[in-house]
Design a protein around this ligand. Sequence first.
Ligand SMILES: [Zn+2]
Length: 376
Amino acid sequence: MKWSWKIGRIGGIDLRVHATFFFLLAWLALNYYRSSGTAIGAARGVLFTIALFASVVLHEFGHAWAGRRVGVPTRDITLLPIGGVARLEYIPKNPWHELQIALAGPAVTVVIIALLTIVLVVLGAPILIAGDAVVTGGSSGILAQLMWVNVYLLVFNLLPAFPMDGGRVLRAGLALRSGYLRATAIAARVGRAFALLFGIVGLFYNPFLVLIALFVWLGAAAESSATQEHELLGGVTVDRVMIRELRTLAPDDTLETAMRHVLEGFQQDFPVLENGRVVGVLTRSGMLAGLGRGGPASPVSASMDSSFRTASPSEPVEHAVARLRECHCSSMPVMRDGQLAGVLTSENIAEFVMIATALRSSNGESKATVAEREKP
Ligand SMILES: [Zn+2]
């Protein structure tokens, strides 16, 4: 996730904080200073904020613990203004597992609420509070306020909108009947509807809700495309998706030749071959930069990328896609026994997903059929 920093590592899981979480903390601190007007008031505000932070972390570790139990490791936990997101290594195949993982976080929050209530009862402190008890409610005010904020987090988290836990519960429930792809599409639509609602309500009542709406909207979109890709690309190997008919260049070719190839065909990136061996990749941006630097007569070798990554025809497309994203590359040569077998491009993968989606929704064909059709 962009705009987030790692602040520690607990039980083998990276703990990250999103920039907007600091925005929330700053907003709270300012409010406490303003409403109390004293340093003690501000300090109580900070103490409360740290306690709140801890309860959100515990909630997320609830997800991580449940994930580990069903064999789905957690990559990292990111804290956001809407609570937090535990990013799993992969989406559990079994809807029951996803249900367990999704509900484990709220279950931890329920335990926190119960414990805080018990402590308040034992102390004989008021449970019902008016206004912001952190500043006005005496020494037990922080606990009471913490309990109520956790209640708010619990209710909010169970709304059926991605990336909130309720969205995952909804998706898992739907997936039990209609498969992950359809279930995710429906759950994402519900998520977007909630995002719109938050956005509109937020515009009138609370600007913070607009920020939450944005997260929900983006979360729904990301979840939907990730699942779609996973469902359609899972089990497909690189040789079924790669481009086989392609043009190559030699290191001594001029950029003018490359330019002509780009204009004549659909290819954007070109493997550069020397004695049958791939020595580089000329990307479109590399070509444009080279044209600006040395003009059309300059050799391809001066503008090509020689630290390119490669894929193997027999490896899963999903692995290759992960590498493509990691290096922000648009394409990757596919090598079989040291020889160029084809090129894998992000455009072609997107096309494959599009065609497969269309075929699936029209007559329920399997991805294997699509892959066979794509094969020349
Ligand atoms: Zn959660």
